[in-house]
Design a protein around this ligand. Structure first.
Ligand SMILES: [Zn+2]
Ligand SMILES: [Zn+2]
Length: 353
């Protein structure tokens, strides 16, 4: 048994940085010494609005990388000292979707950092079968902290069927949109990125976007005509009504729409139009560890530097003011805030290979 300082959510608005006990890993589990943990909109929602996934009190954090610190009985292929990334979802391996390889749809799906203590802590326990040894990846710990959100993006792009020679639109280049841009560009598709903020579009171009459009300056449909895009897949990542509406207006028969951003409220759905255009609307949630994580690592290896995505690592006690609150009030300047549980002052993130 070891104790560690963690960011424990008690209820929305009540998050405490306090010591928790971390047990020895049980059979099939490993204990990870957390190197870095990313923070995302899901964490902000649980902290700032309402409990969706979280079962408090629970240490948050589902986007972490670290070093194997102890190994439970029956664990093979993971040794103490290995550098690892960890999937967020724990699946049963026995239900119908699990048997079909769709572990993210497991009937008993539980998420580390919401249902079980997660990686916004010095140490975390994880099932070995969602831990990937990346000791040979050549990536820094801070870059590896981006593996889980990248896996989310890999999954969304895989679900869409997007491929080389096709055209895609991505609306919204925030926390997930930036990673989806990387994953979409990597398929060999041409990619138009739409966002309200010019600096986000500049980032999108740095990530390989072929074209960009400032939202609201001209109808998406007109822009597509101007640049000669014949779009196969629309990713609506903003979760906003105008974002979804622009996509629906610009879609044509046979379009695939992936609503990645979660629409709140009750939009009036133009179901008749969907029918007549043979529209394909594809949901996407979480990631499939076995396939999406290795691809995510390859994508992280494809760029020499990720400072533009994640420039800073903060100590645990800066989690609320520098990571969660900016996500909640929409003032976040960086795509991804990283937390390093072992520092007491913010530091520049290290992405050098
Ligand atoms: Zn996340
Ligand atoms: Zn299952």
């Amino acid at each position: 048994m070891t104790s560690t300082v963690a960011a424990v959510l008690y209820q929305p608005g009540d998050l405490r940085i306090e010591p928790i006990e971390v047990p020895e890993p049980g059979p099939g589990e490993v204990r990870i010494r957390v190197g870095v943990c990313g923070v995302c909109g899901s964490d902000a929602t649980e902290f700032g609005r309402d409990l969706v996934l979280a079962e408090p009190p629970v240490a948050l954090g589902h986007e972490f990388a670290g070093t194997v610190d102890a190994v439970g009985d029956g664990v093979e292929g993971l040794a103490v000292g290995a550098t690892v990334v960890c999937g967020a979802g724990i699946s049963c391996g026995e239900c119908k979707p699990c048997r079909a390889g769709r572990t993210n749809l497991c009937r008993k799906y539980k998420t580390l950092g919401f249902a079980f203590n997660g990686g916004l802590a010095g140490y975390v326990i994880a099932p070995a079968d969602i831990v990937l040894d990346v000791s040979g990846s050549g990536l820094s710990m801070d870059t590896l902290g981006l593996a889980q959100p990248m896996a989310i993006a890999v999954h969304a792009v895989r679900r869409s069927g997007l491929g080389a020679g096709q055209d895609a639109v991505i609306v919204g280049v925030g926390g997930i949109g930036a990673f989806i841009t990387v994953a979409a560009v990597a398929t060999g598709a041409r990619v138009l990125v739409v966002d309200l903020a010019e600096d986000r579009l500049e980032l999108a171009r740095a990530l390989g976007a072929t074209e960009t459009l400032v939202a609201g300056t001209m109808p998406l449909k007109d822009k597509l005509e101007e640049i000669g895009f014949d779009v196969d897949v629309f990713f609506e990542v903003s979760g906003s009504r105008p974002g979804l509406q622009s996509v629906l207006d610009a879609s044509w028969p046979g379009s695939t729409i992936v609503p990645v951003g979660i629409q709140r409220g009750e939009p009036e759905l133009p179901l008749g139009t969907w029918t007549l255009r043979e529209m394909k609307v594809v949901g996407t949630v979480a990631h499939v560890f076995r396939t999406d994580f290795p691809d995510a690592i390859r994508l992280l290896q494809s760029r020499p530097d990720w400072t533009d995505i994640a420039p800073t690592a903060y100590p645990l006690d800066r989690l609320v003011p520098d990571a969660l609150q900016p996500l909640l009030d929409g003032s976040a300047q960086q795509i991804k805030a990283l937390i390093d549980p072992w520092i007491s002052e913010p530091r520049a993130a290290v992405h050098a290979r």
